[in-house]
Each structure stands twice: as structure tokens, then as C-alpha cells.
Design a protein around this ligand. Structure first.
Ligand code: CA
Ligand code: CA
Ligand code: CA
Ligand code: CA
Length: 305
């Protein structure tokens, strides 16, 4: 239910003026704008904020929870605003058509559609309102949320020179049953012959080459190192490393994903527990070595030393 305020009285002025401003929050990779714009204008504004910036895309339930926490008790709580998805060819009310991100990629997370939404073929933009999502016309003006996305969300595959990868072998399984856990992936690499094992990025340059080789695949790829945490402090990287090629902690290049799960950013923080190193896009995290992929099959990268 919407409440309209007929006249301004002292107490309400503050409320309304708060609503006209940008929403403040504590996490620097999101920005909320209340000056209403249509989809193209809003997208342009987000992109003007710098590399990786575009309209916000919710990738996980955790990110939705973050959003709700930011909005709660502000006048944005019940405000409708634009996000970075497009929904094409609505099939019937309540039955969505093709959904893609503002970067033209397949979304990782299904929006919690409001009852009967999306409901119109001509409505190709996606609006967040009070915890639910609906489609609306892209030409209509809305407040909007921007996000600085990870590289994997906007990167585009490029032609690869095979001669750069003579000592590497990258496996990105398409089928769920072809995913492997860390040990099985390692066995596969070793079976390739003398000198082969899981890949260890020993420098930023080598890691960037692996990033190039995975070529924007949305898969996670196992790398040849294990990490055992010493502390339960978040984002502290002082645990024990064990690399398949004998590399010391200093010889293993790391670039953690501090955005996807910033509340508990990698490496993991459960003292005494060992997890395995993996990469996705141009970032890394650690994961239970037994996992072979829940919805996305785990890939792996082999290296010949
Ligand atoms: Ca996101
Ligand atoms: Ca629609
Ligand atoms: Ca609609
Ligand atoms: Ca290496």
C-alpha cells in the first residue's frame, strides 16, 4: 500500500528530503541513485563511474540479503528501482522469457518475481520493489542501483594463441558429471605424463596467462595448492600453504575475490580446515577439496614443469 502525504509538515520534510538523496551505505562497490532515469540513461550513469561499473546484478541470495539490509529503514525500502537484467519475450503472466544480464550473459540467480510477474512482452526491464521483482518498460524512468562488477561478469572471449599454452592444459567441463574434485583433477593432470600436475600460478604474469586461457568461462578451475587457515579473522591470509610443485607461500601468486562474498572474503577462515585453491575469471578463492561442482561442474588447469 502506498501512503501519499497531502501536505508537508515539519516531521515529514526530513523524511522526504532523505529520500531525494543518494542512498548511503558502507560498501564501496554499490551506489544508489534516486534521480529517475530510463534504462539506457541509468546504464550510462553507472558506466561513467569507472571500470566494471554498470547497473547492479544480484548474483546470489547473499547479495539480495545485503541489498535488503542496506534499504531497511530508509525511504528506499519501498522504492522501485532498476537493476541490470533484461527479460525478453515474456511467455505468460508469471512465466518469464529469456533473462540476461546487462552484459548479455546468462544470470547466475533467479529473481524472486512478484506474483503474476513478469507479465508483459513489451516490458523488458527488471525492477526491484519491496523485496520482489517485476518487469517494466525500459523507457520509463526509475531510481537505479549501480555495482562495480567482477571481471567474469563483463569479459568477452578472445582468440587464443595455442603456442602460449604448450605447458598448460585447461579443462572446462560442460556436463555436470564431468566435473572433478581436487584429487581427481590432480590425478588426471599427473596421468598426462612426466612433469605434469595441477597448475600453480607463481607470478601475476603466469596467473594472467591462466585467466586468458580460461577465456571468460564461468566455471571454477582447480589450481595446485591447498590452504589451511590459522585464524578465524576474515580476509587474513596467514595460513599454511601446500603446493603440488613445492612452491612456498611466497611463490604462490594470489588474487582473492573480495567482492562475491565480502562478508567472508577468501581465503577461508576456519582454523585447522584445509581447502583447495581455485580460480574463476581473474580472481581466486578456496573451497572444500571434495567438491566437484554443485550446479556448475568444476574444471581444472594442468601445468608441465
Ligand atoms: Ca552482483
Ligand atoms: Ca517482459
Ligand atoms: Ca510487469
Ligand atoms: Ca607455475
Amino acid at each position: 500500500m502506498k501512503i501519499f502525504l497531502p501536505t508537508l509538515v515539519a516531521g515529514e520534510i526530513e523524511f522526504l528530503s532523505r529520500c531525494s538523496g543518494e542512498l548511503k551505505n558502507s560498501y564501496g562497490r554499490y551506489k544508489f541513485f534516486s534521480k529517475a532515469k530510463n534504462f539506457e540513461q541509468a546504464k550510462e550513469k553507472c558506466m561513467s563511474l569507472g571500470e566494471g561499473w554498470n547497473l547492479m546484478i544480484i548474483n546470489t541470495k547473499r547479495e539480495l540479503t545485503y541489498l535488503k539490509e542496506v534499504l531497511v529503514d530508509s525511504c528506499w525500502e519501498n522504492k522501485a528501482f532498476l537493476l541490470g537484467w533484461k527479460e525478453f519475450d515474456t511467455i505468460a503472466p508469471g512465466s518469464r522469457g529469456r533473462l540476461e544480464t546487462v552484459f548479455g550473459k546468462e544470470p547466475e540467480w533467479e529473481p524472486k518475481w512478484d506474483r503474476g510477474e513478469p507479465n508483459e512482452e513489451g516490458q523488458e526491464c527488471v525492477i526491484y520493489e519491496s523485496g520482489k521483482f517485476h518487469d517494466s518498460f525500459c523507457a520509463e524512468n526509475y531510481a537505479f542501483a549501480c555495482e562495480q562488477h567482477n571481471f567474469i561478469e563483463f569479459c568477452e572471449p578472445e582468440a587464443i594463441d595455442p603456442s602460449d599454452f604448450e605447458n598448460y592444459s585447461i579443462y572446462a567441463p560442460e556436463n555436470l558429471e564431468d566435473g572433478r574434485n581436487w584429487n581427481d583433477a590432480r590425478d588426471y593432470c599427473i596421468s598426462k605424463g612426466a612433469g605434469w600436475d595441477l597448475a600453480v600460478p607463481n607470478s601475476e604474469e603466469e596467473f594472467d596467462l591462466l585467466v586468458k586461457g580460461t577465456n571468460c568461462s564461468n566455471k571454477r578451475f582447480w589450481l595446485g595448492a591447498k590452504y589451511t587457515a590459522n585464524t578465524d579473522e576474515i580476509a587474513v591470509d596467514d595460513g599454511v600453504y601446500e603446493a603440488v610443485d613445492g612452491s612456498t607461500e611466497k611463490e604462490i601468486f594470489r588474487r582473492w575475490d573480495t567482492h562475491t562474498n565480502w562478508l567472508s572474503s577468501p581465503p577461508h577462515n576456519r582454523p585447522g580446515e584445509t581447502e583447495c585453491l581455485r580460480m574463476r575469471g581473474n580472481l581466486m578463492n578456496t573451497k572444500d577439496c571434495e567438491t566437484d561442482g554443485n550446479k556448475l561442474p568444476h574444471g581444472w588447469i594442468c601445468e608441465r614443469n
